[in-house]
Design a protein around this ligand. Structure first.
Ligand code: PMP
Length: 386
């Protein structure tokens, strides 16, 4: 086959056609390169041209930092796909969901160092929530681990900021907020709430929702995300954060995103979203089939659900496999995987045990094929020896 662009990590030689046998199947990062074939096919219609004198100013002509045309396109995108309500909501742009997550934690925290807001998430959770909150080391909020520790606490216990990831990274489950009450604020990280990765039961209608271009079109390197916000005060506080940290998202990026979204929405999104879903579904089917023959390993179970975008019940197509090593002695699952040159992300980073490992299913076809082959080897070794 043809090996192109960023998808040839395990191929060498002058024309990138030679397979490198000792190569590691790296299933660690969640870089959604699986969409590259779609963009190769639409190479011409997705081009942007940007002469040196274009878009030089800090601001758009109306003095704002965000392109109104792009904002309109994003509202249209959610209306067509049916995954989020945007009517009457504020929209803000950031350098990926990464920047917006912190902007949101800042905006929802109490300005009261004597009782810092407690930032929590349900285990297993996306590691950046903890890493980022601890790194910024604010007096206004502290990372306080798993939501289940606080199920029974009452309002007098201070303020909570609950991060809800739906579908969840790492296990692909659709999630709801766990904590309730007047002292709880929630941030819904909906990075994967697209038909590629999950059935869409209904449009999300939460107070603060974060989306990212990276998981939607695969352009992680453009560093673009957006937040949809109900409350004007929260919106204003997030704007201040963006304004003081980066003074907005590069206008070049905004131009590229507008072009990409226009192509993504051609024929009501049919082509890109069908390609995304079918690719992820086929990968999940192949991996599930392999893992179903194992007793040593298991992966998460996901229910078929009705999808309002596809207008039917559809099977799972998650971005990650959440692999468990079942044997008592395999308490470090990555060590077991490393024995066949596979590497995933250690469960302990997600607040779980190291007998869990997250395997990325969103990379290039070659990466997935190699991962699958090595997992098949592991499972057949197990069945040969029993
Ligand atoms: N939230 C979740 C749940 C993610 O998995 C990721 C990317 N791995 C992000 C946020 C960050 O996305 P971005 O590339 O937009 O910064």
């Amino acid at each position: 086959g043809k090996h192109v662009c960023e998808c040839d990590a395990c191929y060498g030689g002058s024309d990138c056609s030679e397979f490198l046998p000792g190569c590691v199947a790296d299933a660690d990062s969640g870089d959604p390169m699986f969409l590259e074939p779609f963009w190769l096919k639409h190479a011409a219609s997705s081009v942007i041209v940007l002469p040196g004198w274009h878009r030089m100013s800090y601001e758009f002509n109306d003095g704002s930092l965000i392109s109104k045309e792009l904002e309109t396109q994003i509202r249209k995108l959610h209306a067509v796909i049916g995954n989020a309500v945007t009517d009457g909501r504020f929209i803000i742009f950031g350098a990926g969901a990464t920047q917006l997550l912190h902007a949101a934690v800042h905006a929802l925290s109490t300005n009261d160092p004597s009782s810092p807001s407690r930032v929590v998430a349900s285990t297993p959770y996306y590691p950046v929530y903890r890493e980022q909150t601890e790194f910024f080391n604010s007096e206004d909020y502290k990372f306080k681990g798993d939501t289940s520790l606080y199920n029974n606490e009452r309002d007098s216990q201070g303020n909570f900021i609950e991060l809800v990831t739906s579908p969840n990274n790492p296990d692909g489950q659709l999630k709801k907020a766990v904590l309730q009450g007047p002292s709880v604020r929630t941030i819904h990280d909906l990075a994967y709430y697209w038909p590629h990765y999950t059935p869409i039961p209904a449009p999300a209608d939460e107070d603060l929702m974060i989306f990212t271009l990276s998981k939607l079109t695969g352009h992680g390197g453009s560093r673009f995300g957006w937040a949809i916000i109900k409350d004007e005060t929260v919106y204003q506080r997030m704007l201040i954060y963006i304004s003081l940290s980066t003074y907005g998202v590069p206008r070049e990026t905004q131009l590229r995103v507008l072009k990409l979204l226009k192509v993504a929405l051609e024929r009501e999104g049919k082509e890109m979203f069908d390609f995304g879903y079918k690719t992820m579904r086929n990968r999940w089917r192949k991996l599930s089939e392999t893992m179903s023959m194992s007793k040593r390993f298991s992966i998460q179970e996901l229910e078929p659900k009705r999808c309002s975008f596809h207008k039917k019940v559809r099977g799972p197509s998650p971005a990650f496999a959440w692999l468990k090593c079942e044997r008592e002695e395999d308490n470090d699952c990555n060590v077991v995987l490393n024995s066949v040159n596979v590497t995933g992300r250690d469960g302990s980073l997600f607040g779980a045990e190291s007998r869990f490992v997250r395997l990325s299913l969103v990379k290039c076809e070659d990466d997935f094929d190699l991962l699958l082959k090595r997992m098949q080897m592991l499972v057949s070794e197990e069945n040969d020896s029993t």
